[in-house]
Design a protein around this ligand. Structure first.
Ligand code: HEM
Length: 392
């Protein structure tokens, strides 16, 4: 039984009830029909959903339909889960049953992810497991990983503080500075080098991110392409942007492979190669690894550059926005920073345990807001019951 859990990919959604939605590819909606609103013939609920912000419509519908309900958008039927309990049950308790990824009626994702070759779009198979393992291992999970993340972050924080100080107490929009900081953190992990914001590469990545967000929204512009891919032959505007996104993705990949080769020459004898790019290239070279160049291209551009930068930078930007409206919280945060860190040094990971207010604020911000309010699409691999309702 196929299922599909999708998301308004990387749309910046201030303060929304997180929800996930699951798409079913075939078979009846449920043995006991899931609650739903009657839609239009052919279009289903398409015109009842706020196209750029579907999560707001779903939050509203939860009040009447409960936390597990179905939605029909053109030919695709989804199951929306919109409470902590329902999401936990689907992704944690019954995670294996929901570990599939949709491939039907997903034309835009197929184009964008190189025929479903990114971690986000691969089925739960051996290749996906291997790619995830390499990324986790190289980025943070094992041994000295967190120390390296700490060193990279400290360097980036220093840069960020200098940029903020450079504003000289005048008001400014920190979006670009935050974006550049996060992007360079990713670039250090991938390639062991940073870029300045006026380099062409940076501009390309920014354009890649902005256009990808616009073209991939689940119910937003271009959703019709998923069901009627032939529309691309009739001047479909979203398809034109999607083509540009794929072109940018390929340019970014080429640029990164060139940078990686340049980096190879700079490695000293006996020096450990800590670049994620190198670990992925090694896996590609392994016999029978099942990993192809297409996987590498998609993992690096989609899963790390785009997924890592857009989510983290938009979250930080959103957090600053929220905090700026809560002066009492700012004062308490400042008091804790002054007391624990002072002004002679930079924050480090071991300070975490001594800063309960800062930690609680971060967790509350993650709970209160979401930049990926509909998470990623999943499909179910078998009939499953969520909150007492059958999801086929
Ligand atoms: C504040 C920061 C972040 C937020 C809010 C966020 C959010 C999410 C969400 C909601 C999912 C979907 C989970 C699911 O439905 O199964 C996801 C998956 C994913 N994220 Fe993030 N993420 C963040 C940071 C990052 C970073 C830094 C990276 C890369 C370095 C990353 C790469 C990925 C990948 C590859 C997946 C797919 C995982 C899989 O399918 O196994 N994310 N993220």
């Amino acid at each position: 039984m196929e299922i599909y859990l999708t998301t308004v990919l990387y749309s910046l959604a201030a303060i929304a009830l997180p929800a996930i939605w699951i798409w079913r590819g075939r078979g009846p909606i449920s043995r006991e029909p899931l609650p739903h609103y009657r839609g239009w013939p052919v279009f289903g609920n398409l015109f009842q959903v706020r196209r750029e912000r579907p999560e707001l419509t779903f939050s509203e519908w939860t009040k009447d339909l409960g936390s597990v309900f179905s939605v029909k958008l053109l030919h695709s039927q989804f199951v929306v889960l919109s409470s902590f309990e329902a999401i936990y049950e689907a992704l944690v308790t019954k995670g294996n049953s929901f570990s599939g990824r949709p491939t039907k009626n997903a034309f835009r994702a197929e184009e964008f992810s190189g025929h479903f070759s990114s971690i986000m779009r691969l089925q739960a198979n051996r290749t996906r497991k291997k790619l995830r393992l390499i990324c986790h291992k190289k980025i943070k999970m094992y041994d000295t990983g967190m120390k390296r993340i700490e060193a990279i972050s400290m360097h980036m924080i220093q840069f960020l503080v200098e940029e903020f100080q450079g504003a000289d107490q005048t008001s400014f929009n920190p979006k670009d500075v935050i974006y550049n900081t996060v992007m360079n953190t990713m670039m250090t992990l991938l390639l062991g080098k940073t870029f300045t914001k006026d380099e062409k590469f940076f501009e390309q990545i920014k354009e890649f991110e902005q256009k990808a967000i616009r073209t991939l929204s689940s119910s937003g512009r271009g959703a019709e392409l998923d069901v009627f891919p032939w529309l691309r032959f009739f001047g479909n505007k979203t398809y034109k942007i999607l083509k540009r996104v794929v072109k940018l993705k390929n340019q970014i990949w080429e640029m990164m492979t060139e940078e990686a080769s340049r980096g190879d020459l700079l490695l000293k004898e006996g020096e450990e190669d800590v670049r994620l790019m190198s670990a992925l290239r090694d896996a590609l070279a392994e016999k029978d690894s099942g990993i192809t160049e297409k996987h590498l291209r998609s993992v690096i551009t989609n899963d790390i550059v785009l997924a890592g930068t857009a989510t983290t930078s938009n979250s930080l930007y959103l957090f600053l926005n929220i905090i700026s409206r809560h002066r009492a919280v700012q004062m308490k945060l400042q008091e804790e920073v002054d007391r624990i860190i002072g002004s002679d040094r930079t924050v480090c990971l071991t300070d975490k345990g001594d800063m309960p207010y800062t930690q609680a604020t971060q967790l509350e911000l993650l709970r209160y807001s979401s930049v990926v309010p509909l998470a990623l699409p999943h499909t179910s691999l078998e009939d499953t019951i969520i909150q007492g309702k059958t999801v086929p």
